[in-house]
Design a protein around this ligand. Structure first.
Ligand code: RIB
Length: 292
C-alpha cells in the first residue's frame, strides 16, 4: 500500500507578537523567522518521520527549492513535486507568547494544479493506496473523484474550509480529519456531539477524527466512538500541530493500530510539536514520540 499526499508546500513567515494584531492597528514584532510549511508538506513530513513511506505531489516556484531538500532529508519521496514559474505559496503567521496563531495564506503555485498533471501522478497509484488531501491546492474535487475511481482510500483534512469543499463529493471520502471549526462549517453544529451525530447522518460510511485542541480528540466510525484527552503542555507555537496529528494518525492506521492507540500516538506527536517554534521543523521524529 502506497501513500500519496497531493498538497500544499509553503514558505511560512512567522512573526512573534504579544497578541494578534487588531483591525486598523500596527504592532511591532519581536522576531521574524522563515520556516518550511504548508498543511500538505507538514503532513507528509509527519508521516515520513513516523516511519511510513509517503509520496508528496504538488507545485512550487524556484524560490521553494529548499522545500524539496527538506522532503528528501526527511524521507518524503519528492518525485512528484514540480517546479514552475509561479512563486511558491506562502503564509504570514502571527504567533503570540501564549503560542496561539493566526494565518494569512497566499496559495501561489499550490493552486496551479491541472487535470493532465493530476492524471499523470495518479497513474503511479492503484487500488488500496491512500490519497491524502487538504484544501490548500486547487482541484481537490477532481482528485477525490479520480482517486476514488482507482479504488484509493481517501483521507480528507478539509482545512481551510471554503467554497471549494462545498464543490467536493464528500460522500466519496473514507476518513475525515478535522477540527471543531471545520466540523462546524461542514455540519452547521457547534458542539462535538452534534458535529459527530450530523457527520454520521450525512456520511454514514466515513470514519471521522474530530480534534478539539486542549479538549482532546474523538474518533467515530459505524461501530464505535472513542475519545482521547489532550496532553497538557506549555505551548510555544501551535502552527502545524494539527498536521503533525494527521500524519502520525495515518501512520498508526497503516500500522494497524486500534483507534485509541492511533489517537494516543498522534496526540503525543502533536503535543511535542506545539512545544517547538515553526511548522515542518517542529514535527517530532518517531523515537521521540515513543519516548514521550
Ligand atoms: O497548518 C499549518 C500550516 O498552515 C502552515 O505551515 C501554513 O503554511 C498554512 O498552510
Amino acid at each position: 500500500m502506497k501513500v500519496l499526499n497531493v498538497g500544499s508546500l509553503n514558505i511560512d513567515h512567522t512573526y512573534q507578537l504579544e497578541r494578534i494584531v487588531a483591525p486598523g492597528e500596527t504592532i511591532t514584532s519581536k522576531q521574524m523567522s522563515v520556516y518550511a510549511g504548508g498543511k500538505g508538506l507538514n503532513q507528509s513530513i509527519a508521516i515520513a518521520r513516523a516511519g511510513i513511506e509517503v509520496y508528496h505531489a504538488g507545485k512550487i516556484g524556484i524560490d521553494g527549492q529548499f522545500l524539496i531538500e527538506l522532503c528528501n532529508d526527511s524521507g518524503v519521496n519528492s518525485t512528484f513535486i514540480e517546479t514552475g514559474v509561479i512563486p511558491t505559496g506562502n503564509a504570514i503567521i502571527q504567533v503570540t507568547s501564549q503560542g496561539q496563531n493566526s494565518i494569512i495564506l497566499y496559495p501561489g503555485a499550490n493552486r496551479s494544479l491541472d487535470k493532465a498533471w493530476i492524471d499523470k501522478v495518479l497513474t503511479e497509484f492503484s487500488k488500496g493506496d491512500i490519497l491524502l488531501l487538504q484544501n490548500e491546492v486547487n482541484l481537490i474535487d477532481y482528485l477525490i473523484i479520480e482517486g476514488k475511481k482507482k479504488g484509493m482510500n481517501i483521507f480528507l483534512n478539509p482545512s481551510p474550509y471554503d467554497e471549494y469543499i462545498d464543490k467536493c463529493d464528500l460522500s466519496l471520502v473514507n476518513t475525515f480529519l478535522m477540527n471543531e471549526v471545520e466540523g462546524a462549517q461542514i455540519t452547521g453544529c457547534y458542539d462535538p456531539e452534534c458535529i459527530l451525530t450530523r457527520m454520521k447522518n450525512l456520511y454514514p460510511q466515513a470514519k471521522v477524527v474530530l480534534t478539539l485542541g486542549q479538549d482532546g480528540v474523538y474518533f467515530q466510525d459505524k461501530e464505535q466512538r472513542v475519545y482521547q484527552p489532550a496532553r497538557t503542555v506549555k505551548a510555544v507555537d501551535t502552527t502545524g500541530a494539527g498536521d503533525t496529528f494527521t500524519g502520525y494518525y495515518i501512520a498508526a492506521v497503516i500500522e494497524g493500530k486500534s483507534a485509541i492507540e492511533a489517537l494516543t500516538f498522534a496526540t503525543n506527536a502533536a503535543a511535542l510539536a506545539v512545544m517547538k517554534a515553526g511548522a515542518a521543523n517542529a514535527i517530532p521524529k518517531r523515537h521521540d514520540v515513543e519516548k514521550y
